[in-house]
Write a new protein. Sequence first.
Length: 352
Amino acid sequence: MTESRSRVRMTGKERREQLIGISRTLFAEKGFDGTSIEEIAASAKVSKPVVYEHFGGKEGIYAVVIDREMQRLLGLVAGALIAGHPKIRLERAALALLQYVEESSEGFRILVRDSHAASGTGTFASLISDIASQVEDVLADQFSERGFEPTHAPMYAQMLVGMVALTGQWWLDARSPDRKEVAAHLVNLAWNGLTSLEPQPRLTAASERAVITPPPDMEFRRLVPATEKEARELEKARGKELRELEKAREKELKEQEKARERELKELEKAREKEAREQERELREQEKLRLRELREQEKLLREQEKLRARELREQERVRAQERREQERLRAQEAKIAEQGARQTEETQLGVCE
């Protein structure tokens, strides 16, 4: 009974999110072909028509799961590529992918499988291509600055992203060493090459402290690499932007605090008003009880008077009955006396 009521209370949006979460877990464990609509419905404790109503079938819900995971991963990579220096971008891109593997293991397991054709999103290779397209412009500008052929940038982008992605597949199950150390070794190979490997690579301080998040608008911007001077100017501009953002946050927090204070005052007023209403209602109830008590007392007095009147009437009737009985007894005694005299007189006449 409780579960039935819970299902009734779940909104359409909540039900949709529940089905997506359950399907995500099942697809990660069993893949598309190994998962059935029956399993999804049973795990969600709903009927199959509910799943069909929301997604039209297994293909529909699989497409939603794949699309969400791709958007999250692409968003993290796009957020990582905001950094200024190319090495920092590479470090953060590696960290972003490993962060996704660590935080969204189920999603990454789904992506590394060959995506089902019904998903409409292609295979894992197409995802690698999407990420590589984010890196391509970065490499093209770096090649131009160093006198290399920029037309080779797409190929190098595929190589670079493929190396990071395949390392992520390996680390999905290995999970050792930690993601920062893995990222440092990845960048060591990609940045220095085999002939210049560092024996104990470390991330730059900027990447060590970085918190990678998708861009707010989730639009994967193609970033134009800057010269050192432009990079410094860009960093200054970003610093200024961050300060302005911090000021805006502080202002927003103050406004929120003021709003909370106003809300608390309004709530306090509402409570006081409610308390006054309750007090007034209690007074009215007390008056009503007193009025009812007075009515009951009046009714009791009337009943008492009625009982006293009935008792007096009963006493009067009994007294009248007693008098009538005494009168009848007196008449009977008189009649008996007269009869006795007549009998006596009759006997005397006979004797004479």
